[in-house]
Design a protein around this ligand. Structure first.
Ligand SMILES: [Zn+2]
Length: 433
């Protein structure tokens, strides 16, 4: 059973890495220069006939729900007796948190799904979480992994290579290469967290450690620094890829300390995403080079609760919400469909849900908010004719209702690709280079 859960993310990771060899970090997943009205176009008043129509490129990618949100958690060591409350958590507290995600209806997704969503290639649930473990401690293998298996949760390991057992910084509590290989074979995502886990900015005190155990504190500048930081950012990636035969596309920055130079090195090395420890909900437009994670430690119990609240806030204040698949509601337009009009009729059939409380049906449309939809109790159909042109290339619809005291919610996304107007002004064409 577990194996099936585990293999899927691995296949996805392989698949994406193979077709994305040259992908680099992009600040904004939307195409640049999407819509600036051509000079002389009348926009005021906006009568339907003269609204500017951009020569929109064909939508080739599947339409993704741009309103989804993710929270990313970062854990370190799991120990029964907390000695370092800044980087440890008890297994019991950890497991309680994993359970809480389930209880709140927050889906734990693989990191590679999050990245595929950011690329516009794959949908993710409206409220989800990604779990990451930093540094490579053996307790992550021995204690955390069994708990993650129990819940069927995918996760990512951020490893600093000199901290793996046998490395200059890999002591008895460190994970081994064999354990990492075992995780890899079972679909765990393994990503990079530098070579020696230090502040990557030039001019900061760093510690140079040799395998013999000799440690020297020093400040590197110029070419010496460049050589050192190159190994931290690029060398670590190459080593993980070579030792484990994997493709690395994520980079977690130690302590969240980096700058433009480090970002550039990481981009050039082929990292698709960079992670810090400044927790925040991740949206479709969040920058790929500073993805915030919530570090969960024994001395900050509120961080987890706050993060869960942040992402749960859009629903009914903690009341259980049952998510209904859009397919079951025979939605119109269908989930993932692309329509030819910016004024579509939106419909869903709620009759399959059961008894709906009259007056509880609500429809929200991205870009419009709550719309005055009509609900016909006889047919169970909720519908809304859009009267104001939808401006984005994709539109998400949320339908919620109460059934037997429980809130049920469905949501889906469709694309909009209007037929181009007859006369496209030449200025709107993309210049050839
Ligand atoms: Zn770390």
């Amino acid at each position: 059973m577990m194996i099936r859960f585990a293999i899927v993310p691995l296949l996805l990771a392989l698949n994406f890495s193979m077709c994305k060899k040259n992908e680099v970090v992009s600040q904004n997943p939307q195409p640049p220069g999407a819509s600036s009205p051509a000079a002389g176009t009348t926009t005021a008043g906006g009568s339907p006939g003269v609204a500017p129509v951009a020569a929109s490129p064909k939508i080739k990618k599947p339409v993704v729900d741009q309103t989804a949100q993710t929270i990313i958690f970062c854990y370190h060591r799991l120990v029964d007796k907390i000695r370092y409350p800044g980087t440890e958590i008890t297994p019991a507290a950890f497991e309680a948190e994993m359970k809480e995600l389930k209880d709140h209806g927050i889906t734990v997704i693989p990191m590679q799904d999050l990245l595929a969503w950011k690329r516009g290639e794959k949908n993710i649930p409206p409220r989800c979480a990604v779990i990451t473990f930093d540094d490579g401690w053996k307790s992550q293998y021995e204690v955390a992994w069994p708990i993650m298996k129990k819940y069927g949760y995918p996760f990512t390991m951020f490893i600093y290579t000199e901290g793996v057992r046998g490395g200059a910084l890999g002591g008895g509590e460190a994970i081994t290469w064999e354990q990492l290989a075992d995780m890899r074979d079972n679909g765990v995502d393994i990503e990079a967290h530098t070579a020696t886990h230090q502040d990557l900015r030039e001019g900061h005190n760093i510690m140079l450690a040799s395998t013999g155990g000799k440690k020297t504190r020093t400040k590197l500048t110029g070419p010496q620094y460049e050589q050192w930081v190159q190994n931290e950012v690029v060398g670590c990636k190459q080593l993980l890829e070579q030792r484990l035969g994997i493709k690395i596309n994520c980079f977690a920055v130690p302590f969240g300390n980096y700058n433009e130079h480090v970002k550039e090195l990481a981009r050039n090395a082929g990292y698709e995403a960079m992670f810090t420890v400044y927790g925040q909900p991740i949206t479709f437009t969040s920058a790929m080079d500073s993805i915030g994670r919530y570090a969960i430690e024994a001395n900050k119990p509120k961080v987890f609760e706050d993060a869960v609240k942040t992402i749960g806030a859009s629903t009914s204040g903690g009341a259980p919400v049952a998510e209904i698949g859009a397919k079951d509601l025979a939605t119109q337009p269908a989930d993932g469909e692309t329509v030819r009009t910016a004024l579509p009729l939106i419909k869903a059939n709620l009759s399959g849900i059961g008894q709906i409380e009259p007056g509880s049906v609500q429809m929200r449309v991205s870009g419009l908010g709550v719309v005055p939809a009509t609900y016909d109790p006889k047919t169970g159909t909720v519908s809304y004719q859009v009267t104001q042109k939808l401006r984005e290339k994709s539109c998400s619809v949320f339908v919620s209702a109460k059934s037997q005291g429980k809130k049920v919610e469905a949501h889906w996304t469709f694309g909009i690709e209007e037929s181009p107007a007859r006369a496209v002004p030449p200025a709107a064409k993309t210049p050839k280079k």
